[in-house]
Design a protein around this ligand. Structure first.
Ligand code: PRT
Ligand code: ZN
Length: 226
C-alpha cells in the first residue's frame, strides 16, 4: 500500500560517471530543480519531477520498493541485480525503458596476457574474480562450465596478480586498465550503457501522465543527439 504521490521521483547517481550526463539529459528535457542543502533531494521546479541523488547500486532497489518511480543506471547494474532477484525466485519488478547513449562499456572476461586463449572451456576449474556474480554465474551456466566465482567489490583487475583468481570479469571501456594489469579481454558478456529504468507495472494515472510527458521529451532529446 504505497501512498499516492502526485509527483514523479527519479533516482540518479550522486557522483560518478553517470551523475553529470544524467542531469544534463534531464535538463535538456526541460526539467529544472531547486537545490536542497543536503544535495540528496532536488525539488522539481519546472515540472513536478524530483531527483534523488544516490549510489548507483541502490537505484534498482529504490525502484523495486517504489521509493523512486524511475532511475538512470548502467544496464550492468540493473541486470546484475535483476539476476540476483530471479536467482531468489522473485519476479523482475523493473525493466529498461530507454537506452540513453552514454556511459558505454562492456562486461568482459579477461585473462592474463600470457594465456593462449582457446575458448571458454579453458576456464573450467579456475577462479574468476568479479563484482558481477549473477551475470558471470549465469554466463558460466549457459556455457556449461564449472568455475569458482570470487566476489570482489573493487580492484578486480589486480586479483590475478595477488593470486586470488586466474581470470576476471569486469567492466571495460578503453581497455587501458586491463593492459596496465597484463590482462586481455577474451569474451564480452554484456554490452552496457546508461539506461532509464522503470517498473514493469503501470503507474497510477497522475504519475503515468508525468512519465509519458517525460518519455516524449526524452525521445525528442535522444533524437537530436544521435
Ligand atoms: O559511488 P557509486 O556506487 O554511485 O559509483 P560506482 O563507483 O559504483 O560507479 P562508477 O561511477 O564508476 O560507474 C557507474 C557506471 O558507469 C557503471 O555502472 C557503468 O555502467 C558505467 N561505466 C562506463 C563504467 C565504465 N565505463 C568503466 N570503465 N564503470 C566502470 N568502469 C571502470 C571499470 O570497472 C574498470 O575499473 O573503469 C575501469 C576500466 O576502464 P578502462 O577505460 O581502463 O577500460
Ligand atoms: Zn556503485
Amino acid at each position: 500500500n504505497t501512498p499516492v504521490r502526485d509527483r514523479l521521483r527519479i533516482a540518479i547517481q550522486k557522483s560518478g560517471r553517470l551523475a553529470e550526463p544524467a542531469r544534463a539529459l534531464l535538463a535538456s528535457c526541460g526539467l529544472s530543480w531547486r537545490e536542497s542543502r543536503d544535495r540528496l533531494f532536488c525539488y522539481g521546479e519546472s515540472l513536478p519531477i524530483d531527483l534523488l541523488l544516490v549510489r548507483d547500486d541502490d537505484i534498482p532497489g529504490l525502484i523495486a520498493d517504489g521509493v523512486c518511480d524511475l532511475g538512470i543506471v548502467g544496464r550492468n547494474v540493473l541486470l546484475e541485480q535483476d539476476g540476483g532477484r530471479s536467482g531468489n525466485g522473485r519476479p523482475s519488478v523493473y525493466r529498461e525503458w530507454r537506452a540513453l547513449g552514454f556511459g558505454g562499456c562492456r562486461l568482459a572476461l579477461a585473462v592474463p596476457d600470457s594465456w593462449d586463449w582457446q575458448g571458454p572451456e579453458q576456464l573450467a576449474g579456475k577462479r574468476i574474480a568479479t563484482s558481477y556474480p549473477a551475470l558471470l554465474s549465469r554466463w558460466l551456466e549457459e556455457q556449461g562450465i564449472a568455475a569458482d566465482v570470487v566476489l570482489l567489490s573493487g580492484s578486480v583487475e589486480i586479483a590475478p596478480r595477488l593470486g586470488q583468481a586466474e581470470a576476471i570479469c569486469d567492466l571495460v571501456s578503453s581497455g587501458a586498465t586491463l593492459t596496465a594489469n597484463q590482462l586481455k579481454p577474451v569474451m564480452t558478456l554484456l554490452e552496457s550503457e546508461a539506461v532509464l529504468a522503470g517498473p514493469s507495472t503501470e503507474f497510477d494515472p497522475v504519475r503515468g501522465e508525468l512519465a509519458d510527458l517525460l518519455l516524449r521529451r526524452l525521445d525528442g532529446a535522444l533524437r537530436i543527439r544521435h
